[in-house]
Design a protein around this ligand. Structure first.
Ligand code: ADP
Ligand code: MG
Length: 632
């Protein structure tokens, strides 16, 4: 509890104590014997005003403030009118006045407010705690001594030192030391990851055992930590349709009930249907029940909880609109490389043409690929035993879905698939092996090919099974790779439909075609190398966060921090659970309120039931909303 909440709690407790003391004096007839039956009414008026003002003075002030600003109709207005009205019943001293109820409504309203602010604070804190990954400082070595600096001031390629127990502040590569990293805050994965010299480390992980010297590869602002924090901070701005609906609903609803309540209080007695005091009281009761706070708070809180719960699993959802969209997904389209496969290719075979040296083939391929970030490119560079000499490479150009073209030692080198070769009119033999082919040509002459193959992610088959089990109708794979590789992967994973040899723009048109025919929503999952446009086009774009490119993480609506496709089914489960909770709250709150409203209008429900209809329902709805935070 924060200071403000503690203060409110103190006020409420004090007001409650006074309230019950007065109630006791009132009910035992002490007031009547002291002041006579009419005098007792005025005495209790004065007495109940004390706890009322202690508990509710700020609500009155807020209502007054809003009226003066010209937007009167909020819940503090409803409460002020209802409670002041209850006190005003003193004007009908003969008709069992309702000061006690007036004070009670205000008291319980404040209890509800306190509870609500506590719940909101708590879920915000749980996200903040999860996201408590922002480092305050980084150690850098200067003249053999460690100094602490603001992480934002550490340049790329500087060396930082991370001691055991500390968080890695900036993304980088280990140059000295070995340790275990706890990545759970980022990925939800509880098994620690071992790192040693040469390993990449991402910021936000906790270094557990050894001292690490890390050469930074990104500035702080582009490190994982900063990117995640940015995503989470912006998430609350993107509201779900249900959420917007509730806000709009409350805007018309509050004036509507105020007018109905006024009519209920005025028309029947004018029509001679009963005493004024009775109908005014019904009108006031009506006002109290109809307060929309249960909805206004619990719906956004449920979404907030869902997003928080998901982030604990390493699933970052950029807004409640995406959570809502995800719950209606029935088609999931996957990119292959880097999404269903690890994207770490191994060279299976090197087939040079007669008279060409195998090492020369690898030398050319690795140099041409040295500037590309494509998983294929990185693997080729890794397979090349020697250092790549960037000086030898000029005009390197990547042609997405085709390969790369570069000038090496003054010769024009092409490295890529059949499409690239066909485009430049270079004949090439076919290869018996199954795998991704990297054809190499130099100055128009075919030199041979390198066969590389990727490994399927451990949980990919499980991911597809889980998706089917959770009711997703179609799992489709799109790839730029060859059909035989694609079919092989699809068959092993149980994918329903495969489309191979697609260029990035073909993927967009394929997804558009699927979108046109889909009933539910379509999610596209990609690692984002080349597929940022598709990610934006799909109803829900899901990107791999650890391996994925920055562009993909920007373009995506949901980011899987640990690159596990099996988290997609979990994300869908989270979204459905959240939507269930949202709808439960909407139906429950509106249902109970309608019931009490009807009972109040016909005079069966009194103020006490109205208090339950408002505060009770709000508390139950908030408790229900907080369930969204606890995820399987
Ligand atoms: P996927 O759809 O499986 O993720 P991409 O669209 O990224 O694959 O690439 C499709 C194909 O284009 C690859 O299988 C490869 O043949 C070729 N390709 C793309 N980038 C490169 C590159 N940098 N070097 C060589 N070949 C490439
Ligand atoms: Mg890809």
């Amino acid at each position: 509890m924060n200071k403000k909440q503690k203060k409110l709690l103190k006020r409420i407790l004090m007001a409650l104590a006074i309230f019950f003391a007065i109630l006791l004096i009132d009910e035992t007839g002490l007031l009547v014997s002291a002041f006579g039956s009419t005098g007792a009414v005025y005495a209790s008026f004065a007495l109940y005003l004390i706890p009322y003002l202690i508990a509710g003075h700020d609500v009155l002030r807020k209502a007054w403030h809003n009226i003066r600003r010209g937007d009167a109709f909020d819940e503090s207005f409803l409460m002020t009118v209802a409670t002041l009205g209850a006190f005003a019943m003193v004007l009908f001293p003969s008709a069992d006045p309702h000061m006690a109820e007036g004070a009670a409504v205000m008291l319980f309203y404040q209890v509800g407010e306190l509870f609500q602010s506590y719940a909101v604070g708590k879920s915000r804190k749980s996200i903040a705690a999860l996201m408590d990954i922002a480092p305050d400082y980084a150690h850098i070595e200067r003249d053999g001594e460690l100094v602490d600096v603001d992480p934002a001031e550490v340049p790329v390629n500087d060396i930082i030192v991370v001691k055991p127990g500390e968080r890695v502040p900036i993304d980088g590569i280990v140059i000295e030391g070995a340790s275990q990293l706890d990545t759970s805050a980022l990925t939800g994965e509880s098994v620690p990851r071992s790192v040693e010299e040469g390993s990449e480390v991402i910021s936000g992980c906790v270094n557990m055992t050894g001292v690490l010297h890390v050469r930074t590869t990104k500035p702080f602002g582009q490190s994982t930590v900063s990117r995640i924090l940015e995503l989470v901070e912006n998430a609350s701005e993107k509201k779900a349709r249900t959420e917007n609906f509730i806000t709009r609903f409350a805007r018309v609803y509050t004036p509507a009930v105020t007018i109905s309540a006024a009519m209920l209080a005025i028309i029947p007695p004018l029509a001679g249907l009963g005493a004024w005091d009775e109908w005014i009281l019904r009108g006031l009761t009506f006002l109290v029940v109809s307060c929309p706070c249960a909805l206004v708070i619990s719906v956004p809180l449920s979404f907030f909880g869902g997003i928080g719960g998901a982030s604990r699993l390493g699933i970052l959802i950029k807004g409640s609109n995406y959570l809502e969209a995800l719950s209606k997904v029935d088609t999931v389209v996957f990119d292959k490389t880097g999404t269903l496969t690890n994207g770490t290719f191994e060279v299976v075979a090197v087939h040079p043409e007669a008279g060409v040296d195998a090492d020369r083939l690898l030398f050319l391929a690795a140099h041409a690929e040295s500037l590309s970030n494509h998983p294929i490119a990185r693997s080729v560079v890794n397979a090349y035993d020697n250092e790549v000499d960037q000086q030898l490479v000029a005009n390197a150009q990547e042609q997405s879905g085709h390969g790369v073209i570069a000038t090496i030692e003054g010769r024009k080198v092409l490295v890529g698939n059949d499409k690239l070769m066909a485009e430049h009119g270079i004949e090439h033999p076919s290869c018996k092996l199954t795998g991704t082919m990297l054809h190499v040509a130099c100055d128009g002459a075919y030199l041979g090919h390198i066969v590389i193959s990727d490994t399927i992610k451990e949980d990919a088959a499980q991911a597809i099974r889980d998706l089917h089990a959770s009711g997703v109708k179609r799992c489709i794979m799109l790839t730029g790779d060859r059909a035989d590789v694609a079919n092989d992967v699809a068959q092993r994973l149980g994918i329903d439909e495969v489309h191979a040899q697609l260029l990035p723009q073909d993927k967009v048109s394929k997804v558009e075609e699927l979108l046109a025919n889909a009933q539910g929503n379509l999610a596209f999952v990609g690692d984002g190398i080349n597929d940022a446009p598709v990610l934006t086009r799909a109803d829900v774009g899901i990107a791999m966060g650890a391996m994925g490119s920055d562009a993909a993480i920007e373009a995506a609506d949901i980011v899987l921090m640990d690159d596990k496709p099996s988290n997609i089914a979990r994300a869908i489960r989270v979204s459905r659970k959240t939507m269930r909770i949202v709808w439960q709250n909407i139906v429950f709150a509106i249902g109970v309120k309608l019931l009490i409203l009807v009972l109040a209008a016909v005079g069966i429900a009194g103020m006490w039931l109205a208090v339950f209809g408002d505060v009770g329902v709000a508390i139950i709805a908030i408790l229900n909303a907080m369930r969204a935070m606890r995820m399987a």
